[in-house]
Design a protein around this ligand. Structure first.
Ligand SMILES: [Zn+2]
Ligand SMILES: [Zn+2]
Length: 397
């Protein structure tokens, strides 16, 4: 490892910031305290800030030299609506809210990089440090873009980083092209006709229609999509009826669809609607079908990914870098930034959980789990990576 030495010197300050954020988690678009902490730190280090993009978003502007080249480095700030099981001193003080995705760590790593870049100014151009709200389902990235992020902060490329449990601590991984999936939800209501369960011929049973549709939908994945394309269609809820002896009027099915490309998504959305409508018609029922697209697929750009891999190898060593990591069907709203600008998204290994302080929960140290905690050993690693990425992107002549 070739970490940036001065960053190692303020590792304990970064850990203090990270643990303070962990103890005070805030949900989507409510990151007011977090946003204040970030803005106060940046200001203390002499970095001008823009606030209000995406409501609680904060951008720090670190300019040096005369070049008009610029890059963006992004961290997310929001927590999850879930109960923390850990009881160590920095555990959440807000019941039902928890930093279970490590965004506290992402924020602290980027603050560390900002502090170093502002103090040492070993680059020529502008580094925008982007602290976004509402990654967990609120599309904070899109909101920042709509509020004029890229007009106010014109940048040539943007990079993001997420801790990844299961990858060894401090290792870094990435893959060119699709790395995370699009996430989408569907809502289907089947309108039949209720009847006495002993007289099914007097009604139209929406439960049987739901069963047929559920089976047929899986053939979109197995028979209509190319076997070389990746996609998931999961029905996660089926609701109908309230008695053992009544055929209900309606049945509802909801769930999620994940794909790596938009054409495959278009096909699945259309075919699900057609199958639902025609199957229902065959039984004399009707349907109401809604399909909502949340986050697009996250697609890493080729040149920026290769560049990031070079920097990773310099910082953590080639033996700790995987440039062909297996993509995940999870979703991430950094995808919106990559639709607007070249760049890439990186995983940094959070390890298996043996970094956790005494008093941690008995569950696994995985994302969105009540026993999770961000690995503070990553703070200087991630911050060093950000610094080297910025310095190499914007070299002094
Ligand atoms: Zn998450
Ligand atoms: Zn996350």
């Amino acid at each position: 490892m070739k970490l940036v030495d001065p960053i190692i010197a303020f590792q304990s300050e970064l850990q203090h910031i990270r643990r303070d954020l962990h103890a005070h988690p805030e949900l989507c678009y409510e990151e007011r305290r977090t946003s204040d902490v970030v803005a106060a730190k940046l200001t203390e280090w002499g970095i001008p800030v823009i606030r209000g993009l995406g409501l609680t978003g904060v951008v720090g502007i670190i300019k040096n030299g005369s070049s008009n080249r610029a890059i963006g480095l992004r961290a997310d700030m929001d927590a999850l609506p879930m109960q923390e099981v850990n009881t160590f001193p920095h555990a959440s003080r807000h019941a039902g809210k928890m930093h279970a995705c490590g965004h506290d760590g992402h924020t602290a790593m980027l603050l560390g990089a900002a502090k170093h870049l502002a103090e040492h100014r070993n680059f020529d151009g502008t580094v925008y440090v982007v602290f976004q709200p509402a990654e967990e389902g609120g599309a904070g990235a899109r909101r920042m873009i709509e509020d004029g992020l890229f007009e106010q902060c014109p940048m040539d490329a943007i990079y993001g980083m997420h801790n990844w449990p299961g990858i060894p601590s401090g290792h870094m991984s990435v893959v060119e092209g699709p790395m995370m999936a699009s996430s989408n939800e569907f809502y289907l209501t089947i309108k039949g006709k209720g009847a006495h369960a002993a007289q099914p011929h007097k009604g139209i049973d929406p439960v049987m229609v739901a069963v047929q549709i559920a089976q047929s939908w899986q053939t979109i994945i197995s028979r209509q999509k190319s076997p070389l394309d990746t996609a998931v269609l999961s029905i996660t809820q089926i609701h109908a009826g309230s008695a053992t002896n009544v055929i209900p009027d309606e049945a509802k099915m909801v769930g999620t669809v994940r794909t790596f490309t938009t054409p495959v998504l278009d096909m699945i959305e259309t075919r699900m609607g057609e199958i639902a409508q025609h199957t229902a018609a065959a039984f004399g029922a009707e349907v109401e079908y809604k399909f909502r697209r949340n986050y697009p697929p996250l697609v890493n750009h080729a040149a920026e990914t290769r560049f990031a891999v070079e920097v990773m190898k310099e910082v953590v060593g080639a033996d700790k870098v995987d440039d062909n990591v297996e993509p995940t069907m999870g979703a991430e709203d950094f995808a919106f930034f990559l639709q607007a600008k070249p760049g890439c998204y990186i995983f940094i290994g959070n390890g298996e959980g043996d970094h956790r302080d005494g008093g941690h929960g008995l569950g696994p140290c995985v994302l969105h789990n009540g026993s999770y905690d961000f690995n503070d050993n990553l703070l200087p690693v991630g911050a060093s990576f950000w610094v080297r990425l910025a310095e190499k992107s914007l070299p002094l002549n």
